[in-house]
Design a protein around this ligand. Structure first.
Ligand code: X5A
Ligand code: ZN
Length: 679
């Protein structure tokens, strides 16, 4: 089980045969650059490489069926094989931003075929996920029309195939190409079994393809209402924070509620920095994060299909980031301030408003804030370690358009070496031979007794003799993570020692310079008395009956009892904070009466991996059933967490508590915003 890469060299054959500045960017080098990038980084050899075969005309007909009086579109494209240059040019001009080449029919059938092979590989369980590296792209193509470099709609054909051959009932299409995939939108406009999400450069309708139906108020028709989700960007220059905010506050809440069985990604990389079409600012690393955030859906069944992407270096790097993440490698840190711009927030607000009638997860948020008594919390000086400046209270920035050369952001050689040990586990339960996944290792090392005792000095009363031995092992895991020897780890503690253990771990982390620590404490775990409030530790306790806020870095919130409330907590609070804080690692502690179900704990752990590149130390009290430790270890190791069960709407009390906390924290943590502040 792994990652499939579907490709065929023949897809480099099609190319523009005449002068056309609009079309010349869709060139064969796009595929060779992406493939070279994968080869240079040793990624191709880690994939299951499949050689693409042409889709049959019957398969193309899943989407490109003719109706009574229109001429057969497939036959028309087939005919282009025998046309001369002159005739190809004339035919091309009948469509918007399209060129035909004598090899177009062959390439376009390979592109659709590659996509189908990928879906088959994933749905038969041969692989977890994969990427089809194809041209021509597909998402603009319509039932009987080529458009925007696209001939056959690869992703739409694959979705129909998945429905028909495998009986799937819910397919999510995530279109992160910078253009609106209007072809996909039209094909599934009234189909509730396909949720189509697209963000795109729109500029209030002044960007190609200049369609009113690309705006946020196009939500689908008939039974398909709410299953088209458009997020129009009205300015260029959208960056990592804007894309993340779109995922956390728009796509993911709806996707969890939809509960897809398969995720298809229209993976265009013209939304990345340097691209001449998109003029956006998101760096290649962002695509690793977007990919990892999607990996918690549909049991990890993700099929990505190349669409656009015209800056060869940016394209290659972004493709590599995505494939690395599909393979399970840790996400690199995201560069840049995690502050969405004003225009992005306006767009996010408009799509949330347009979709609210169709989604419970948005309706539950309509508890109005003026019913809440929001007392402003004044944070005094906020110290920022590592020299990274963070915005305090103030306006959201405006977006800055791409500069001529994106090289400062593209040149940074990214390397955070993968630690030799993926997931380490130290268990207190005697003889508990956990059936662990491959790659999860029992770790018996320990910090020396003297050192452990010295660190535990303050908590003497709480550590029995055998607790000290356990503490030594956990400290060893912590050091392993801080030293880059271990990526993530799980440890059990003896009963009642969790709070003291957590305290010692925090002190140990802080003793190392430049460490920023996110502490997610679940259950009855009091805030350590002498916890630093200098911006190095973000302490979030999830347990209390009411939300409490001591500072911009220390607060507490109740644990929602509904799936809707729990998801809102993770997507609306925990992840925006984690991404905004940019910690070096996460300490996740499940203390007394934490109340989390196994699936909830696993989802929290799985999603916290993204902002810290997987560097999580989870500590669980041994009282908990071993199944919890097992589920958590798997999630830390990168397995898709089990389902939370049926979606249940959050209660007004749950939402009220969450909104109250968010309202107070928003001034400091800008990724919490779901709407633009009045300008
Ligand atoms: C697949 C794709 C873009 C067409 C742009 C025409 N098409 N100006 O990115
Ligand atoms: Zn595009």
């Amino acid at each position: 089980m792994g990652t499939a890469l579907v490709y065929h060299e023949d897809m480099t054959a099609t190319r523009l045969l005449w002068d056309d500045p609009e079309c010349e960017i869709e060139c064969p080098e796009r595929l060779t650059a992406a493939l070279d990038g994968l080869r240079q980084r040793g990624l191709e050899e880690r994939c299951l490489c499949l050689s693409a075969c042409e889709a049959s005309e019957e398969e193309l007909g899943l989407v490109h069926r003719s109706d009574y009086d229109s001429p057969e579109y497939i036959a028309l494209v087939r005919k282009t094989q025998t046309l001369d240059k002159e005739e190809l040019h004339t035919l091309s001009k009948q469509y918007d931003a399209v060129y035909f080449h004598p090899d177009t029919f062959h390439c376009a059938r390979l592109a659709a075929g590659a996509t189908l092979q990928l879906v088959d590989a994933v749905l038969t369980g041969a692989v977890h996920n994969g990427l089809a590296l194809v041209r021509p792209p597909g998402h603009h193509s319509q039932r009987a029309a080529a458009n925007g470099f696209c001939v056959f709609n690869n992703v739409a054909i694959a979705a129909q195939h998945a429905k028909q051959k495998y009986g799937l009932q819910r397919i999510l299409i995530v279109d992160w190409d910078v253009h609106h995939g209007q072809g996909i939108q039209y094909i599934f406009n009234d189909d509730p079994s396909v949720l189509y999400f697209s963000w795109h450069r729109y500029e209030h309708g002044n960007f190609w393809p200049f369609l009113p139906e690309s705006d946020a108020d196009a939500v689908g028709q008939g039974r398909g209402q709410g299953f088209t989700v458009n997020l129009p960007w009205n300015q260029v220059g959208m960056g990592n924070a804007d894309y993340l905010a779109a995922f956390l506050h728009v796509l993911l809440p709806l996707a969890f509620e939809f509960d897809p069985e398969l995720v298809l990604v229209s993976a265009g990389f013209d939304s990345a920095i340097g691209d001449p079409e998109g003029q956006m600012q998101a760096t290649p690393e962002c695509f690793a994060h977007l990919t990892q955030l999607l990996q918690v859906l549909a049991g990890g069944r993700i099929c990505a299909v190349l669409e656009g992407g015209y800056h060869l270096e940016s394209l290659a790097q972004s493709v590599c980031m995505m494939v690395q993440t599909l393979l399970g490698d840790p996400t690199p840190p995201l560069p840049g301030l995690m502050v969405p711009c004003q225009s992005a927030l306006e767009s996010i607000q408009s799509v949330r408003t347009a979709q609210t009638p169709h989604w419970t997860s948005l309706q539950q948020m309509t508890v109005t804030l003026n019913r809440l008594d929001v007392a402003p919390v004044l944070s005094t000086s906020i110290h920022c370690p590592g020299g990274r400046s963070l915005l305090l209270v103030g306006e959201s920035p405006t977006c800055v358009g791409a500069e001529d050369s994106p090289s400062p952001l593209l040149d940074r050689p990214y390397l955070r070496p993968t630690p030799p040990i993926c997931t380490a586990v130290a268990l207190t339960v005697p003889g508990a031979a956990l059936a662990l996944s491959p790659g999860v290792l029992h770790q018996e090392g320990s910090v020396s007794r003297e050192e452990t005792e010295a660190l535990a000095r303050l908590h003497r009363s709480q550590f029995q003799d055998e607790d000290l031995a356990t503490l030594g092992k956990i400290l060893y895991l912590l050091d392993g993570i801080l030293d880059g020897q271990i990526r993530s780890a799980l440890a059990t503690t003896t009963a009642l020692a969790t709070a003291a253990t957590l305290d010692v771990l925090i002190q140990r982390c802080l003793a190392r310079r430049n460490q920023r620590l996110l502490c997610v404490a679940l259950g009855q775990l009091d805030r350590p008395l002498d916890l630093a409030d200098d911006g190095r530790v973000l302490w979030l306790n999830i347990q209390g009956k009411e939300a409490a806020i001591w500072s911009m870095f220390h607060f507490s919130t109740p644990l929602p009892q509904t799936t809707g409330g729990f998801l809102s907590l993770i997507l609306g609070l925990v992840l925006p904070l984690a991404y905004g804080f940019q910690p070096d690692m996460v300490l996740m502690a499940l203390g007394p009466a934490h109340g989390l179900q196994n699936a909830q704990a696993a989802l929290l752990a799985a999603m916290l991996r993204s902002p810290v590149g997987g560097r999580i130390l989870a500590v669980v009290e041994e009282e908990d059933k071993l199944q919890l430790a097992r589920t958590l270890a798997r999630a830390l190791h990168g397995e898709t967490p089990p389902s939370l069960g049926p979606f249940s709407m959050a209660s007004p009390e749950e939402i009220q508590a969450l909104m109250l906390l968010k309202a107070q924290l928003e001034a400091r943590w800008k990724l919490l915003q779901v709407a633009a502040p009045p300008s």
